[in-house]
Design a protein around this ligand. Structure first.
Ligand code: DGY
Length: 309
């Protein structure tokens, strides 16, 4: 008898093929009647692949042993409920650091050099009427990194190569890091030209980039978010972007994605991308492979390559 697995959202084709080879897969996201499917197969499910797993869903799966999240961020999984039930949770760290750091840099360069506007200017033939106005460069500016984990460190390395000064904020100072540590986020924002958010989502970080932090960043300051929309007070951010309270924002993530507020979409001092920082074929393949590896290790009784619970 093969192990029955519940898939909660669409995954990469290679990952889905790997799952189908080893497990009997039921696709919750494709079910026309979710309740009926859960009633029928819920009692037999031993594994989940994907995210968006709350306590209520876990409650429908009495034999659930493991949730293999496709992604490094696991804020869509109720880890407390999982811990209480002894359900293992895994994620996909490490393999997406470069891809996400590249998009953080792309958003910074896109904003500072006004790439979308310069592209439109060139396409629309406006160059013939005169040169594009001056933009600003990253060199010599201070970037404040919120969350100097694996991805944060890759961003720091790239920012350093762009001749920027690096400061950071997180739960703890990292003694081996040469960069200046701020234990107060608002103070770091005051000292920064750029605030780059790369800390995990979840209850501990919800709304930590508050109106006060954004005001401390100031009219010349710019925000980049490649983490989760939930970290930012999005209403305050929009107001400050509209009124010049902050200079600009490069955003890959949003509070209620895939919905993006119309007021944000109308602004010219933002660069917006569709939560695609890790979305390269190579990176997503590696994420899928790690999902499969974690599941295999669990059912073989081996240590899990990347357990969070
Ligand atoms: C992650 O891995 O958490 C990325 O945000 C993609 O979801």
């Amino acid at each position: 008898m093969t192990i029955e697995l519940l898939q909660t959202h669409k995954l990469l084709d290679t990952c889905e093929a790997g799952l189908a080879e080893r497990y009997t897969v039921h696709k919750l996201h494709e079910a026309s009647d979710r309740e009926a499917l859960l009633n029928e197969i819920g009692p037999r499910i031993r594994a989940i692949a994907g995210g968006n797993v709350d306590g209520a869903l876990m409650g429908r799966l009495p034999k659930l042993e493991i949730i293999a999240n496709f992604g490094v961020g696991y804020d869509s999984i109720d880890t407390k409920a999982a811990r209480e039930r002894n359900i293992r949770v895994t994620n996909t760290p490490g393999v997406l650091d470069d891809a996400v750091a590249e998009i953080a840099m792309a958003l910074m360069i896109g904003l500072s050099r006004q790439l979308p506007q310069a592209d439109r200017f060139t396409r629309e033939g406006r160059w013939e009427q005169g040169n594009y106005p001056f933009t600003t460069e990253l060199r010599g500016k201070t970037v404040g990194i919120l969350g100097l984990g694996r991805i944060g460190k890759e961003i720091a390395a790239r920012a350093q190569a762009m001749k920027m000064r690096i400061v950071y904020h997180g739960r703890n100072r990292q003694p081996t890091e040469p960069h200046v540590y701020y234990d107060n986020l608002e103070e770091m924002a005051r000292d920064s030209d750029w605030l780059v958010i790369v800390a995990p989502g979840g209850p501990e970080t919800n709304g930590i980039v508050s109106r006060q932090v954004l005001e401390a960043l100031g009219p010349e300051g710019r925000l980049v978010n490649v983490a989760r929309g939930s970290l930012v007070d999005e209403q305050a951010m929009i107001e400050l972007l509209e009124t010049g309270g902050i200079g600009g924002a490069g955003l890959d993530v949003f509070a209620d994605e895939p919905r993006v507020p119309e007021r944000l979409r109308k602004l010219d001092n933002v660069v917006l991308t569709p939560h695609y920082a890790s979305a390269t074929r190579t990176t997503r393949d590696a994420m899928g492979a790690l999902v499969l590896k974690n599941l295999k290790a669990h059912f073989n009784g081996d240590p899990l390559p990347s357990a969070v619970v």
